[in-house]
Design a protein around this ligand. Structure first.
Ligand code: PEP
Length: 251
């Protein structure tokens, strides 16, 4: 049985005080919801404080990025061990904003995924096509390549989460239809089944891209959509809790 997951990616938003207030509100509003995973991904600067707030609760924490070395002369980077030390259980890897603005390649994503796993963090690996790629009809080529390259060399996918995030849907208000999303989710699971067999049916695949409490219902009703990675709508406790409750009820 796959577990549902709702992750809130706060991106480069919220001071420490704002992060603490938001984490507190989400923790309180979601207490009693136990069967899935609720994950907050604050900016690095707030990880320590948010980690203290959610300790011992049903809410977990993710970092939004990491480097693939343990330590050393990598000015400005953060290692997976440092993230674990702060209480992170997950790390978002290969978000389209990292791929676009910081030129992260599939090879970088692969190094990060492997290092996260070695350190005991669960990677939430993001994949997704751009508008132009969808227009050209190469969505599955692009997503297939990102999935295969990102996971290259892994013997098991037991501790991996994948987020399908069509780039044209991120932060645009242009959510994918449930059929569009389901088609790609099923395609991803199919690829994983080829290499990893039944483990593919245990892996959670999240949809991300302009998810709100209003549109999550149709998406989460689809067989291969196991949860959501939420950007904008995770910045307000009410909206994010609405998404969590919708998913917890339906999955
Ligand atoms: C995201 O950044 O992962 C995301 C899905 O953003 P939004 O929900 O704002 O589209």
């Amino acid at each position: 049985m796959r577990k549902w997951i709702v992750a809130g990616n706060w991106k480069m938003n919220n001071t420490v005080a704002e992060s603490m207030a938001l984490a507190r509100a989400i923790k309180e509003g979601s207490s009693g919801i136990q069967d899935g995973s609720i994950i907050l991904a604050p900016p690095f600067t707030a990880l320590f404080s948010v980690g203290q707030i959610i300790k011992g609760s049903n809410v977990s924490m993710a970092a939004q990025n990491m480097y693939y070395e343990d330590k050393g002369a990598y000015t400005g980077e953060v290692s997976p061990a440092m993230l674990k030390d702060l209480g992170c259980a997950y790390v978002i890897i290969g978000h389209s904003e990292r791929r676009k603005y910081f030129r992260e390649s599939d090879a970088d994503v692969n190094l990060k995924v492997k290092k996260a796993l070695d350190t005991g963090l669960t990677p939430i690996m993001c994949v997704g096509e751009t508008d132009e790629e969808r227009e050209k009809g190469i969505t599955k080529d692009v997503v297939g390549r990102q999935v295969k390259n990102g996971l290259a060399g892994l013997q098991t996918i037991d501790h991996i989460v994948i987020a399908y995030e069509p780039v044209w849907a991120i932060g645009t208000g242009k959510v994918a239809t449930s059929e569009q999303a389901q088609e790609v989710h099923a395609f991803i699971r199919g690829i994983l089944r080829e290499s990893y067999g039944k483990a593919a049916d245990e892996l959670s695949i999240l949809y991300g891209g302009s998810v709100t409490q209003e549109n999550i219902g149709d998406l989460i009703a689809m067989d291969d959509i196991d949860g959501a990675l939420v950007g904008g709508a995770s910045l307000k406790a009410d909206g994010f809790l609405g998404i969590i409750k919708n998913i917890a009820e339906k999955k």
